[in-house]
Ligand binder design. Structure first.
Ligand code: AKB
Length: 352
């Protein structure tokens, strides 16, 4: 699905209308900006802690380098633009957050609540609700043990929401924050304005991109294994071969974000949606990698702590609500992910 982009709203003021993307330089940001551009968006404003790659920067009408927690920077940005849609991607992922949990909280929660507040102010000033698209994660789950994980199978959104990582706690709390800003924000204030924020959220499983390598995630073993094989490097997988969690290819993840963003609000029965496409074990991923890269040297050397994190995540999730409400359907199952997307794109990437 290419993003069918709505024409920028007439600014109706000196400010240009804009879609704001935070964490724009990350894995999801790369794919999202290109998909928005391909869908006709010409009003993309991006912010990241680092300068964007030139090819992505060229697709944005403006880029900012700065910290999502910098309220002054965000305030200045929002004074310059009439933001009508936000994709808030900036976050520290699960592994990295465990080394600096308080910093992760500041970025993942402080950054989010600051942006929600500014978005509500934006909506008050221009009189239109701001669509706030937020990627949560399967890290919001905390399944207590492997027997329960195997028995639970495809977990629904409201089950086992007892995360064991700071990142998972942050993501789960931000889901509730988004719901609060959308439905209850300043509920006792005499000058309260309803519906300032249109909050919409997906819980991403592990994501696998051909174009970028993840950093700081605990589901990273899948993309790391594939990219290592393509580069002819050996790979020691940090989880057991029987480890099983859901995955999605990056193109499917981007399509899901855009389908949710463009869905009629009346069709959305909830604010937080599971997404999944395939749930291979790490050993099955290795088999697929060896099918396409026969000389791949893959071993399994579990890291006990990171293993415990992945073991607390469900082996699969029930994403029927996403399929029903906004037509989510993945292009890639595991075999197609490798055959049609990952292997061709990764070979091309490393043959340059
Ligand atoms: C991580 O591994 O932390 C992320 C995630 C599952 O949200 N990729």
């Amino acid at each position: 699905m290419t993003a069918s982009h709505r024409a920028p709203r007439s600014a109706g003021s000196s400010r240009s209308s804009a879609i704001l993307i935070t964490g724009a330089g990350g894995e999801v940001g790369h794919g999202l900006i290109r998909a928005l551009w391909d869908g006709g968006a010409r009003d993309i404003v991006a912010i990241d802690i680092r300068e964007l790659d030139p090819d992505i920067r060229a697709l944005c009408s403006k880029t900012f380098v700065g910290d999502i927690c910098d309220a002054m920077l965000l305030g200045r940005l929002l004074a310059m633009y009439e933001v009508y849609e936000i994709f808030h991607l900036a976050a520290l992922l699960s592994t990295r957050s465990e080394f600096t949990p308080e910093t992760a909280h500041e970025v993942n929660v402080g950054g989010t609540i600051g942006l929600l507040r500014l978005a509500a102010e934006q909506a008050r000033s221009h009189g239109k609700s701001v669509k706030f698209i937020f990627p949560s994660s399967i890290a919001a789950y905390g399944v207590p043990d492997l027997a329960t994980k195997a028995r639970a199978g495809r977990v629904r959104e409201e089950q086992f929401v007892e995360p064991t990582t700071m990142y998972g706690c942050n993501k789960l709390y931000c889901e509730h924050l988004g719901r609060y800003y959308a439905k209850h924000y300043r509920q006792l204030a005499k000058d309260r304005v309803a519906d300032l924020i249109d909050f919409r959220c997906v819980r991403f499983p592990g994501l696998i991109s051909a174009d970028t390598l993840p950093s700081g995630g605990t589901s990273d073993y899948a993309p790391e294994m594939i990219h290592a094989a393509a580069k002819g490097e050996s790979y020691a997988c940090f989880v057991r071969a029987d480890t099983k969690i859901p995955f999605l290819t990056m193109p499917d993840a981007i399509d899901a974000l855009l389908a949710l963003a463009h869905a009629d609000k009346e069709r959305l029965s909830r604010q937080v949606y599971n997404l999944s496409a395939f749930s291979p074990t790490a050993g099955e991923i290795a088999t697929l990698v060896r099918t396409h890269f026969p000389s791949a040297q893959i071993t399994f050397r579990p890291d006990e702590q990171r293993q415990a994190i992945v073991d607390s995540w469900p082996e699969d999730v029930d994403d029927s609500a996403a399929r029903r409400d906004f037509g989510f359907v993945q292009k890639h199952d595991a075999a197609a992910a490798f055959r049609d997307y990952l292997v061709p794109a990764i070979r091309a990437r490393y043959s340059r």
